[in-house]
Design a protein around this ligand. Structure first.
Ligand SMILES: *Cc1c(COP(=O)(O)O)cnc(C)c1O
Length: 305
């Protein structure tokens, strides 16, 4: 069966490259549901459908929920997404646009997730947004495509929320004999659960998410992501919301694409010539995308305090 994600363009950005550095972009913002998430979610949904699962259940009001809804429609499997009351109308509309049922429940993601889990029956599959080896295997396809495109980088820059993308990219690097290529793992301040875990030497849980980059808002990274911080060459970088939004606006001008602050986070150290990147002459930036930000919202954020 063919995969549910598209092979996305990978090319050198004239705008982000400079005299001393080449910057390649992997444009997963162009996936039909708007983000890289369809790689892992699509792979997992196909696998679950093959095993005879008859319904997909998700509790994400963000790009994971949108990806599950998209996968369900492609596979003709019904989807229910339980989201908290805080979920934006836009996100709910994007999920419903794919024919999925949206159930609004609870004031926080935790409450929505509890209800979603209680709804899972024997022939249903629950799709976790980041903590599932099937998800990581699906995300690994991104590196296969980069290698096929003939792009070799000194480091891969990506955003980290719960760490599913990180796990998948490292799996893909290892599968392609690139286990020595470092990953620069970028978070926004207030969603910096990996950075704080590395500093503490153990997996910490943030008391709350205070960043506007809601797609990075996992209070705790998955175990596997935390272990990769020691098992794989990794540099952790934390940027401000302001820097992430500013990177979104510059990227919009440079490449004519609207991306979420979650994705702007990965672009920010490159635009800002962060010293953490000084060692690398060729960078690959995973442009992870995100469907929940509008230009209007980005403008409000960029004028904000
Ligand atoms: C989910 C998401 C992330 C973070 O991915 P994780 O696998 O949770 O680390 C980053 N950017 C966007 C746009 C996302 O949707």
């Amino acid at each position: 069966m063919t995969s549910l994600h598209l092979e996305t363009p990978c090319f050198e950005s004239p705008a982000l490259s400079s005299a001393g550095r080449r910057v390649f972009l992997k444009l997963d913002a162009l996936q039909p549901p708007g983000s890289f998430k369809i790689r892992g979610i699509g792979f997992a949904c196909q696998e679950y459908a093959r095993r005879g699962i008859t319904r997909f259940v998700s509790s994400s009001g963000g790009n994971a929920g949108i990806a599950v809804a998209y996968a369900g429609r492609q596979l003709s499997v019904p989807v229910v997404v339980v989201v908290p009351e805080t979920t934006t109308e836009r996100a709910k509309a994007l999920i419903r646009q794919q024919g999925a049922d949206v159930v609004v429940h609870g004031s926080s993601w935790q409450e929505a997730n509890d209800l979603a889990l209680s709804m899972v029956e024997a022939t249903d599959a629950f799709l976790h947004p980041f903590d599932d080896p099937l998800i990581w295997r699906g995300h690994a396809s991104l590196v296969d495509e980069v290698v096929t495109a003939g792009v070799a980088a000194d480091a891969v820059v990506l955003a980290v929320g719960g760490g599913g993308l990180l796990c998948g990219v490292v799996e893909g690097l290892r599968a392609n004999g690139l286990e020595d290529v470092p990953v620069v793992a970028v978070e926004t301040r207030g969603a910096d659960s990996l950075s704080r875990s590395i500093a503490a030497g153990s997996r910490v849980e943030l008391p709350a998410i205070t960043s506007i980059a809601t797609s990075l808002g996992a209070r705790r990274v998955c175990e596997q992501a935390f272990e990769l911080a020691t098992d794989h060459p990794l540099r952790s970088v934390v940027v401000s919301d302001r820097a992430a939004v500013s990177a979104c606006m510059r990227f919009l001008d440079d490449h004519r694409l609207v991306v979420e602050p979650a994705c702007g986070a990965a672009l920010a150290p490159v635009y800002e010539q962060a010293p953490e990147l000084d060692d690398y002459e060729t960078l690959l930036v995973v442009v992870c995308g995100g469907a929940t930000a509008t230009l209007e919202q980005l403008e409000v954020w960029s004028e904000g305090p």
